[in-house]
Design a protein around this ligand. Structure first.
Ligand SMILES: Nc1ncnc2c1ncn2[C@@H]1O[C@H](COP(=O)(O)OP(=O)(O)OP(=O)(O)O)[C@@H](O)[C@H]1O
Length: 259
Protein backbone atom coordinates (compact mmCIF):
# COMPACT_ATOMS: atom_id res chain seq x y z
CA UNK A 1 0.00 0.00 0.00
CA UNK A 2 1.30 3.46 -0.95
CA UNK A 3 1.66 5.80 2.00
CA UNK A 4 3.04 8.96 0.34
CA UNK A 5 0.86 12.05 0.04
CA UNK A 6 -1.15 11.71 -3.18
CA UNK A 7 -0.41 14.09 -6.05
CA UNK A 8 -4.13 14.04 -6.68
CA UNK A 9 -6.64 13.45 -3.90
CA UNK A 10 -10.38 13.55 -4.67
CA UNK A 11 -12.85 12.78 -1.89
CA UNK A 12 -16.59 12.46 -2.32
CA UNK A 13 -16.37 14.31 -5.64
CA UNK A 14 -19.76 15.07 -7.16
CA UNK A 15 -20.67 16.95 -10.31
CA UNK A 16 -24.13 17.82 -11.57
CA UNK A 17 -25.19 19.57 -14.76
CA UNK A 18 -28.57 21.32 -14.56
CA UNK A 19 -29.64 19.15 -11.62
CA UNK A 20 -28.49 15.87 -13.22
CA UNK A 21 -25.68 14.25 -11.24
CA UNK A 22 -22.97 12.71 -13.43
CA UNK A 23 -20.27 12.09 -10.77
CA UNK A 24 -21.50 10.38 -7.63
CA UNK A 25 -19.08 10.86 -4.75
CA UNK A 26 -15.88 9.72 -6.46
CA UNK A 27 -12.88 8.95 -4.21
CA UNK A 28 -9.57 8.83 -6.06
CA UNK A 29 -5.98 9.08 -4.88
CA UNK A 30 -3.20 9.13 -7.48
CA UNK A 31 0.37 8.94 -6.22
CA UNK A 32 3.59 10.41 -7.51
CA UNK A 33 4.85 8.69 -10.66
CA UNK A 34 1.73 6.62 -11.38
CA UNK A 35 0.46 6.12 -14.93
CA UNK A 36 -3.30 5.79 -14.61
CA UNK A 37 -5.82 5.04 -17.36
CA UNK A 38 -9.50 5.81 -16.87
CA UNK A 39 -11.84 3.64 -18.95
CA UNK A 40 -15.56 3.08 -19.14
CA UNK A 41 -18.51 3.36 -21.50
CA UNK A 42 -19.39 6.55 -23.31
CA UNK A 43 -21.18 8.93 -20.96
CA UNK A 44 -19.88 7.27 -17.79
CA UNK A 45 -18.25 10.52 -16.67
CA UNK A 46 -14.56 10.05 -17.58
CA UNK A 47 -14.07 13.50 -19.12
CA UNK A 48 -16.14 15.13 -16.41
CA UNK A 49 -13.87 13.49 -13.84
CA UNK A 50 -10.78 14.80 -15.63
CA UNK A 51 -12.24 18.29 -15.90
CA UNK A 52 -13.24 18.51 -12.24
CA UNK A 53 -10.05 17.03 -10.76
CA UNK A 54 -8.05 19.54 -12.79
CA UNK A 55 -10.19 22.52 -11.85
CA UNK A 56 -11.11 23.12 -15.51
CA UNK A 57 -14.70 22.72 -14.37
CA UNK A 58 -16.20 23.42 -10.96
CA UNK A 59 -17.24 20.55 -8.71
CA UNK A 60 -20.70 20.39 -7.14
CA UNK A 61 -19.52 18.69 -3.94
CA UNK A 62 -16.56 17.00 -2.31
CA UNK A 63 -12.92 18.06 -2.24
CA UNK A 64 -10.00 17.84 -4.65
CA UNK A 65 -6.34 18.51 -3.81
CA UNK A 66 -3.61 18.65 -6.42
CA UNK A 67 0.02 18.78 -5.26
CA UNK A 68 -1.25 19.47 -1.76
CA UNK A 69 -3.43 22.42 -2.78
CA UNK A 70 -7.15 22.25 -2.04
CA UNK A 71 -8.79 23.49 -5.26
CA UNK A 72 -11.91 24.61 -3.42
CA UNK A 73 -9.93 27.05 -1.27
CA UNK A 74 -8.24 28.80 -4.22
CA UNK A 75 -9.36 31.99 -5.93
CA UNK A 76 -9.86 31.80 -9.72
CA UNK A 77 -6.47 33.45 -10.18
CA UNK A 78 -4.72 31.01 -7.85
CA UNK A 79 -6.47 28.08 -9.54
CA UNK A 80 -5.39 29.29 -12.98
CA UNK A 81 -1.80 29.60 -11.74
CA UNK A 82 -1.89 26.09 -10.21
CA UNK A 83 -3.19 24.65 -13.50
CA UNK A 84 -0.55 26.53 -15.45
CA UNK A 85 2.42 25.53 -13.32
CA UNK A 86 1.47 22.12 -11.91
CA UNK A 87 -0.71 20.46 -14.56
CA UNK A 88 -0.18 19.73 -18.23
CA UNK A 89 -3.10 18.94 -20.53
CA UNK A 90 -3.21 16.85 -23.68
CA UNK A 91 -6.48 16.81 -25.62
CA UNK A 92 -7.81 14.55 -28.35
CA UNK A 93 -7.79 17.30 -30.95
CA UNK A 94 -4.81 19.29 -29.71
CA UNK A 95 -6.70 22.53 -28.97
CA UNK A 96 -3.83 24.51 -30.51
CA UNK A 97 -4.32 28.18 -31.38
CA UNK A 98 -4.48 28.66 -35.13
CA UNK A 99 -3.34 32.29 -35.02
CA UNK A 100 0.01 31.32 -33.46
CA UNK A 101 2.88 29.41 -35.03
CA UNK A 102 3.63 26.01 -33.48
CA UNK A 103 6.59 27.29 -31.44
CA UNK A 104 4.43 30.04 -29.94
CA UNK A 105 1.75 27.48 -29.10
CA UNK A 106 4.35 25.55 -27.08
CA UNK A 107 5.74 28.67 -25.40
CA UNK A 108 2.35 30.18 -24.48
CA UNK A 109 1.79 28.49 -21.06
CA UNK A 110 5.31 29.44 -19.95
CA UNK A 111 4.86 32.96 -21.24
CA UNK A 112 1.60 33.28 -19.28
CA UNK A 113 3.32 31.92 -16.17
CA UNK A 114 6.16 34.48 -16.58
CA UNK A 115 8.70 31.79 -15.73
CA UNK A 116 11.67 33.13 -17.66
CA UNK A 117 12.67 35.64 -20.35
CA UNK A 118 11.23 34.98 -23.80
CA UNK A 119 14.57 33.86 -25.29
CA UNK A 120 14.94 31.23 -22.57
CA UNK A 121 11.35 30.05 -23.12
CA UNK A 122 12.01 29.75 -26.87
CA UNK A 123 15.13 27.68 -26.15
CA UNK A 124 13.21 25.44 -23.77
CA UNK A 125 10.34 24.99 -26.23
CA UNK A 126 12.70 24.20 -29.11
CA UNK A 127 14.53 21.62 -26.98
CA UNK A 128 11.22 19.90 -26.24
CA UNK A 129 10.19 20.06 -29.90
CA UNK A 130 13.55 18.60 -30.85
CA UNK A 131 13.00 15.72 -28.47
CA UNK A 132 9.52 15.09 -29.91
CA UNK A 133 10.87 15.21 -33.47
CA UNK A 134 8.89 18.33 -34.46
CA UNK A 135 11.48 21.13 -34.15
CA UNK A 136 11.44 21.54 -37.94
CA UNK A 137 7.84 22.74 -37.66
CA UNK A 138 8.56 25.54 -35.18
CA UNK A 139 7.66 28.43 -37.48
CA UNK A 140 4.85 26.59 -39.26
CA UNK A 141 1.12 27.08 -38.78
CA UNK A 142 -1.24 24.56 -37.18
CA UNK A 143 -2.71 23.81 -40.64
CA UNK A 144 0.70 22.62 -41.89
CA UNK A 145 1.15 19.74 -39.41
CA UNK A 146 -0.32 16.21 -39.35
CA UNK A 147 -2.51 14.94 -36.52
CA UNK A 148 0.39 13.01 -34.97
CA UNK A 149 2.70 16.03 -35.22
CA UNK A 150 0.04 18.26 -33.66
CA UNK A 151 -0.33 15.82 -30.79
CA UNK A 152 3.46 15.92 -30.22
CA UNK A 153 3.27 19.72 -30.21
CA UNK A 154 0.41 19.45 -27.71
CA UNK A 155 2.62 17.28 -25.50
CA UNK A 156 5.44 19.86 -25.73
CA UNK A 157 2.97 22.53 -24.65
CA UNK A 158 1.81 20.32 -21.76
CA UNK A 159 5.42 19.86 -20.60
CA UNK A 160 6.78 23.37 -21.04
CA UNK A 161 6.18 24.33 -17.39
CA UNK A 162 7.50 20.97 -16.09
CA UNK A 163 4.18 19.92 -14.54
CA UNK A 164 3.81 17.49 -11.66
CA UNK A 165 0.91 15.79 -13.40
CA UNK A 166 -0.12 15.42 -17.05
CA UNK A 167 -3.82 14.85 -17.76
CA UNK A 168 -4.89 13.50 -21.15
CA UNK A 169 -8.40 13.20 -22.60
CA UNK A 170 -8.27 10.58 -25.38
CA UNK A 171 -4.78 11.74 -26.44
CA UNK A 172 -4.58 9.03 -29.10
CA UNK A 173 -8.26 9.01 -30.04
CA UNK A 174 -7.81 10.87 -33.34
CA UNK A 175 -4.60 9.13 -34.45
CA UNK A 176 -3.83 6.11 -36.62
CA UNK A 177 -2.23 3.17 -34.84
CA UNK A 178 1.36 4.14 -35.72
CA UNK A 179 1.02 7.74 -34.56
CA UNK A 180 -0.91 6.57 -31.49
CA UNK A 181 1.89 4.15 -30.53
CA UNK A 182 4.48 6.93 -30.91
CA UNK A 183 2.47 9.30 -28.72
CA UNK A 184 2.04 6.55 -26.14
CA UNK A 185 5.79 5.90 -26.16
CA UNK A 186 6.36 9.59 -25.43
CA UNK A 187 3.82 9.63 -22.60
CA UNK A 188 5.43 6.47 -21.22
CA UNK A 189 8.88 8.12 -21.29
CA UNK A 190 7.54 11.21 -19.52
CA UNK A 191 6.06 8.97 -16.87
CA UNK A 192 9.28 6.97 -16.54
CA UNK A 193 11.08 10.25 -15.84
CA UNK A 194 8.77 10.80 -12.85
CA UNK A 195 5.77 12.77 -14.10
CA UNK A 196 2.41 11.45 -12.94
CA UNK A 197 0.10 10.77 -15.90
CA UNK A 198 -3.69 10.28 -15.93
CA UNK A 199 -5.28 9.37 -19.29
CA UNK A 200 -8.95 9.02 -20.17
CA UNK A 201 -9.21 6.45 -22.94
CA UNK A 202 -11.41 3.97 -24.77
CA UNK A 203 -8.31 2.21 -26.10
CA UNK A 204 -7.22 -1.01 -24.39
CA UNK A 205 -3.70 -0.62 -25.81
CA UNK A 206 -3.39 2.64 -23.87
CA UNK A 207 -4.70 0.98 -20.73
CA UNK A 208 -2.30 -1.93 -21.22
CA UNK A 209 0.61 0.48 -20.74
CA UNK A 210 -0.79 1.85 -17.48
CA UNK A 211 0.26 0.85 -13.96
CA UNK A 212 -3.29 1.23 -12.93
CA UNK A 213 -6.63 1.16 -14.74
CA UNK A 214 -9.85 2.58 -13.34
CA UNK A 215 -13.20 1.60 -14.79
CA UNK A 216 -16.14 4.00 -14.51
CA UNK A 217 -19.82 3.22 -14.85
CA UNK A 218 -22.58 5.80 -14.36
CA UNK A 219 -20.37 8.35 -12.64
CA UNK A 220 -18.68 5.94 -10.25
CA UNK A 221 -15.33 4.15 -10.23
CA UNK A 222 -16.45 0.52 -10.09
CA UNK A 223 -13.07 -1.19 -10.48
CA UNK A 224 -9.43 -0.26 -9.87
CA UNK A 225 -6.86 -2.58 -11.39
CA UNK A 226 -3.27 -2.16 -10.23
CA UNK A 227 -0.43 -4.26 -11.59
CA UNK A 228 -2.51 -7.37 -12.03
CA UNK A 229 -4.52 -6.94 -8.84
CA UNK A 230 -8.05 -5.69 -9.15
CA UNK A 231 -10.19 -4.18 -6.46
CA UNK A 232 -13.84 -4.18 -7.45
CA UNK A 233 -14.62 -0.91 -5.76
CA UNK A 234 -18.36 -1.04 -6.11
CA UNK A 235 -19.57 -4.60 -6.45
CA UNK A 236 -23.22 -3.66 -6.28
CA UNK A 237 -22.85 -1.79 -9.53
CA UNK A 238 -21.18 -4.62 -11.41
CA UNK A 239 -21.78 -4.21 -15.07
CA UNK A 240 -21.38 -6.55 -18.02
CA UNK A 241 -18.66 -4.28 -19.41
CA UNK A 242 -16.67 -4.51 -16.20
CA UNK A 243 -16.60 -8.30 -16.23
CA UNK A 244 -15.46 -8.34 -19.87
CA UNK A 245 -12.87 -5.70 -19.19
CA UNK A 246 -11.48 -7.54 -16.18
CA UNK A 247 -10.89 -10.67 -18.19
CA UNK A 248 -9.62 -9.00 -21.37
CA UNK A 249 -7.23 -6.45 -19.96
CA UNK A 250 -3.75 -7.80 -19.49
CA UNK A 251 -1.72 -6.69 -16.51
CA UNK A 252 1.06 -4.35 -17.55
CA UNK A 253 3.78 -6.88 -16.77
CA UNK A 254 2.23 -9.41 -19.13
CA UNK A 255 2.12 -6.91 -21.97
CA UNK A 256 5.53 -5.34 -21.57
CA UNK A 257 7.39 -8.39 -20.31
CA UNK A 258 9.49 -8.58 -17.18
CA UNK A 259 11.42 -5.43 -16.23
N1 LIG B 1 -21.26 20.64 -20.05
C1 LIG B 1 -22.19 19.70 -19.88
N2 LIG B 1 -23.48 20.04 -19.72
C2 LIG B 1 -24.42 19.09 -19.52
N3 LIG B 1 -24.17 17.76 -19.45
C3 LIG B 1 -22.89 17.38 -19.60
C4 LIG B 1 -21.84 18.32 -19.83
N4 LIG B 1 -20.66 17.63 -19.93
C5 LIG B 1 -20.98 16.33 -19.81
N5 LIG B 1 -22.32 16.18 -19.60
C6 LIG B 1 -23.01 14.91 -19.40
O1 LIG B 1 -22.33 14.19 -18.39
C7 LIG B 1 -22.33 12.81 -18.70
C8 LIG B 1 -20.90 12.30 -18.70
O2 LIG B 1 -20.22 12.88 -19.81
P1 LIG B 1 -18.67 12.69 -20.05
O3 LIG B 1 -18.31 13.45 -21.27
O4 LIG B 1 -17.94 12.98 -18.80
O5 LIG B 1 -18.60 11.12 -20.33
P2 LIG B 1 -17.41 10.27 -20.95
O6 LIG B 1 -17.36 9.00 -20.16
O7 LIG B 1 -16.18 11.08 -21.01
O8 LIG B 1 -17.98 10.00 -22.40
P3 LIG B 1 -17.17 9.74 -23.77
O9 LIG B 1 -16.40 8.48 -23.58
O10 LIG B 1 -18.25 9.60 -24.79
O11 LIG B 1 -16.31 10.95 -24.01
C9 LIG B 1 -23.04 12.64 -20.03
O12 LIG B 1 -24.37 12.27 -19.79
C10 LIG B 1 -22.97 14.02 -20.64
O13 LIG B 1 -24.05 14.27 -21.48
Amino acid sequence: MTTSTPVLDARGLTKAFDGTTVLHGVDLQVHDGELVAVMGPSGSGKSTLLHTISGMDTMTGGTVSVAGQDLGSLSQKQLARLRLTTMGFVFQHGHLLTNLCLLDNVVLPAYLACLAPREELNRRALALMERMGVAGLATRDVSEASGGQLQRIGICRALINEPTIVLGDEPTGALDSTAAAEVLDILGEINAEGTTVVLVTHDATVAARADRVLYMVDGRIVADRQQGRCAAVDLERRHGGVAAWLTELQPRSAVLGPV
